[in-house]
Design a protein around this ligand. Structure first.
Ligand SMILES: Cc1cc2nc3c(=O)[nH]c(=O)nc-3n(C[C@H](O)[C@H](O)[C@H](O)COP(=O)(O)OP(=O)(O)OC[C@H]3O[C@@H](n4cnc5c(N)ncnc54)[C@H](O)[C@@H]3O)c2cc1C
Length: 465
């Protein structure tokens, strides 16, 4: 067959398949979707579905009331390059960025303030988690989702589908006693997800305590004589003697800080008894041996926004959706990397986009969509959770470990291209215009480039010794 005829056949086939797809989409009755959780993954899914033009009635519920935009409580988190790219896909990157602070570098330090190495941190953004939640929920509402705050899902029940005996629907019961039926319920309800247990009552794992307790706060600008280690746009990671402390200077000079203390779980009674005054006193004592006046300043002033939070991760969840294929999990509900990985938020954003694409590409079968979503996501997220667990473990070495670390870190920083090392995590992109089956393979990390340079857009870290 001549080339032009071949091209014509190809064009005709493509036009036909596009038409069939379009016809299926336009004549289809909209499916009803309940998204449980207005954190990161939930609104990411809602925005993506609307952006794809999916014929669906989407309701996103959040158990907490809507926060006052001028007074958002809670701590900060950092969305790395892959998360920032997902925010661009969702159309909210600039809004998030202007609410936060750019993060492009990191300093690895000892507790006494001695810098061991300086490393690149991509083009990340550090912002209050609650602010991101609000920006995403507002965007989902603008896109056409129904958004309901102060609404808690308390029970679900499988019911036969009214017109198709091979399918089920979900009867959802809310905190106020009202009930509604949905074709699909999406559990974006975080690491302590109750829908995870609904899906798999026997085997659903609980979040695994990783051995670190978190605290976080914001301190006012320090006196001038303490401003030496105040690099702008950088996370400072300090390996102190008894705990790990990280801090980031905001453009207004305020300091965002977080502490990870290696210890056993904080019990409910212990947390209930904790006050800002008692936590502050405890933390100042914890870092006293490091004799670092900047750390003492941070812990002594400004609000403490997170106290006694047991750091958990969630690795292998056997079932991502139920047998009836009417309930599916996204974000921390199905795979929570430890906060040390700095990837939970980015993973949640990616999940929302991928599940939306899977549903859009399988307009006639929710079941096929859920299978496609899990097949596409499981390997990546489980690898990132495992990586985060390793990072959490290595945070607080003993005396010998500390000696080796202080000796080796400057050397490693000189020889290793950290951006290339993290390529597989942060250079990952979901291409909006391509179907899931045609997405490029995840970028790999080339060990040759890690040690001998040439990584994409990356530069070696610098040692300070
Ligand atoms: C201390 C700390 C530091 C972190 N730092 C980072 C970081 O630097 N970078 C990063 O990417 N990630 C970080 N993370 C992880 C990140 O916050 C999570 O991965 C991310 O928030 C997960 O988003 P999600 O939407 O899946 O769940 P969540 O953000 O937990 O949202 C779940 C939502 O569901 C709601 N909900 C639960 N049950 C119900 C119900 N029955 N009905 C209605 N609503 C319900 C909850 O109220 C909540 O708002 C950190 C986490 C912690 C704890």
């Amino acid at each position: 067959m001549p080339m032009h005829s071949l091209l014509f056949v190809f064009w005709k086939e493509k036009a036909r398949s596009n038409f069939v797809h379009w016809e299926a989409m336009t004549t289809q009755t909209p499916i009803s979707i309940l998204v449980v959780g207005g954190g990161v993954a939930g609104p990411s899914l809602g925005i993506s579905l609307k952006k794809l033009g999916m014929p669906a009635n989407i309701t996103i519920i959040e158990a907490y009331p809507k926060a006052d935009p001028e007074n958002i409580i809670g701590s900060y988190f950092t969305l790395q390059d892959n998360g920032a790219d997902a925010l661009k896909t969702l159309g909210v990157f600039e809004e998030v960025r202007s609410a936060g602070v750019d993060t492009t570098a990191s300093n690895m330090m000892r507790g006494d303030g001695k810098v061991l190495a300086k490393m690149p941190f991509g083009n990340s953004v550090t912002v209050k988690r609650g602010k991101v939640n609000m920006i995403l929920m507002d965007a989902a509402e603008r896109a056409g989702c129904t958004v309901r705050y102060a609404t808690k899902l308390i029970a679900t029940e499988q019911k036969p589908h009214p017109t198709d005996s091979s399918k089920h629907v979900v009867l959802a019961t809310f905190g106020d006693g009202s009930q509604e039926t949905y074709d699909l319920v999406v559990g974006a309800d975080g690491v302590h997800s109750s829908l995870r247990t609904t899906i798999d009552p026997q085997n659903a794992p609980a979040g695994r305590y990783v051995g670190l307790v978190n605290y976080a706060g914001v301190a006012p600008p320090p006196p001038t004589e303490l401003k030496a280690n105040m690099t702008p746009c950088a996370w400072n990671f300090c390996f102190a003697l008894k705990a790990f402390i990280l801090y980031h200077v905001r453009p207004d000079g305020h300091i965002i800080w977080g502490v990870n203390e290696p210890r056993g779980r904080v019990s409910k009674e212990e947390r209930d008894a904790m006050t800002e005054v008692s936590a502050r006193k405890y933390l100042i004592e914890l870092f006293a041996d490091d004799k670092n006046p900047l750390i003492t300043h941070m812990l002594s002033h400004g609000p403490i926004e997170l106290m006694g939070d047991n750091q958990c991760d969630l690795g292998n969840v056997p079932k991502w959706f139920n047998d009836e294929k009417t309930i599916v999990l996204v974000g921390d509900a199905v795979h929570a990397p430890s906060p040390t990985s700095g990837q939970g938020g980015s993973m949640a954003l990616e999940d929302g986009i991928v599940l939306a694409k899977a549903l859009h590409e399988n307009p006639n079968s929710i079941g096929a969509a859920l299978e496609a979503y899990e097949a596409f996501r499981r390997a990546r997220v489980e690898k990132i959770v495992a990586n985060g667990a390793r990072m959490s473990k290595n945070k607080m070495p003993g005396k010998i470990g500390r000696f080796v670390r202080d000796l080796m870190m400057p050397l490693v920083a000189k020889c290793v291209d950290m951006a290339e090392l993290n390529n597989w995590v942060c250079a990952y992109r979901i291409i909006w215009d391509l179907p899931l089956s045609q997405q490029p393979a995840a970028p790999t990390t080339s060990m040759r480039k890690v040690f001998f340079g040439g990584g994409a857009g990356s530069k070696k870290a610098t040692s300070t010794q």
